[in-house]
Design a protein around this ligand. Sequence first.
Ligand code: LFR
Length: 498
Amino acid sequence: MQTYYLAVDIGASSGRHILGHVENGRMLLEEIYRFDNTQIRQNGHDCWNLPALRQHILTGMKQCRLLGKVPVSLGIDTWAVDYVLLNEKKELLGDAVAYRDKRTAGMEKYAEALVKPQELYARTGIQKQPFNTLYQLLAQKREHPEQLHQAAHFVMLPEYFNFCLTGKLQNEYTNATSTGLVNAHTKTWDAQLLFQFGLPEKIFGSLAVPGTCVGSLTEEVQQQVGFNCTVVLPATHDTGSAFLAVPTKDEHSVFISSGTWSLLGVENSEPVTTEASRKANFTNEGGAWYRFRYLKNIMGLWMIQSIRRELNGVSYVQKNGSQSSNTGKKWSFDELAAAAEASDYCGIVDVDDERFLAPESMTAAVQEVCRTSGQPAPETVNDIMRCVYRSLAACYADSIHQLQQLAQKDYSSIYIVGGGCKDAYLNQLTADAAGLPVFAGPVEGTALGNLMVQMIAAGEYCSLREARAAVCSSFKIQCFAPVQEKRSYTRIKEGVCL
Ligand code: LFR
């Protein structure tokens, strides 16, 4: 009789239910349900479709029952920063606005007038991104002051889904740090910052750490899914889970969690909140066991996904139920990589450019950024893809270089986990651009990290070190050696064809 654990891992574009169990020390995973995560336009904003996501969570759970593989526990992780507010009766106030929505425009300036960026970073260690929860809360306060007034609970999305399953409200530490409102040194909400930003301290609940049990399923949910189990907190921020699953204990490795975003960095035992670090916009996100993920957000596969959606005539925000407007060719990711490989286009863009965050058309944005940086705009699919691929690899290499300078340390390998590690072409470009070997896998890094915390909480492994060692022996890791001489970062950054 096996003991099963269930990871519900929801990303910005799709979600999955992965069952895991341990056999002779090895971890075995089984994907039992997968679904698309499509945003909806609501009250003038791009929003997450909470009822649909909740339904998908339940449908995947029912699948466990159908398969006769009922988990002893489940954990939910999602992307970070997004939240909802609940009133005293624990009812939703307003919508779950999605982080790429434009409501935060102008909020950074407003926040800077209240707290100097230097002070904010010294206290929280969190990077400046227009979508940070802090700016979202300030935008909500401007548009709907009554919602903040009525709010009794600030709840991040995995916590909201846990609440739907258990009826229990519990804030979680790793995701909370992504709000930009948790003090990196005290590891709890920064009351002084909340006061300075005019946010009500009472709505921010105590922070539980990964491994904490939230509760059992409510009677109603038990009836719907046909079983009971414990809901456990993993690192509910997906990147927090993904980093746990990196199969190395090498102190000289750089990690990349590759999905909609590419999160590139290392794990530290203390936050780095120096001015040099702030200027490089490296972030110190809280992790399980109070480890810090010191990393940079890189635009990532979002650029490739967006171009693919455009070519295939699909929108990432559902408008009036419309789906595909293209009845012609549908591009797969493999075809797009092959297209890039077939081109000799030389231009390169800075993928950190905010114009790539939520453009109407990613293709047009790439062309515009090329033009405004004095390079010919790529016109064909091949050239556009080549530009994006090389720009991503260049940014990875550049960020590793920055990391080396900030940490005063040399790095000798790159570990890539997550869906993006299946992209052999990008892995090879990355190895070449950085002049370092790339180790790719496991693909289901986030779900695996989620499961590892549940398994450690249940006593299957006695430490993260032991669980990581089990990842090494359980999954195939592919190596990409650099085949070209190490390239100069500045030359890549300047967009010179190498
Ligand atoms: C990745 C991720 C990143 C976070 C971004 C927005 O899925 O969680 O870590 O910066 O999404 O939440």
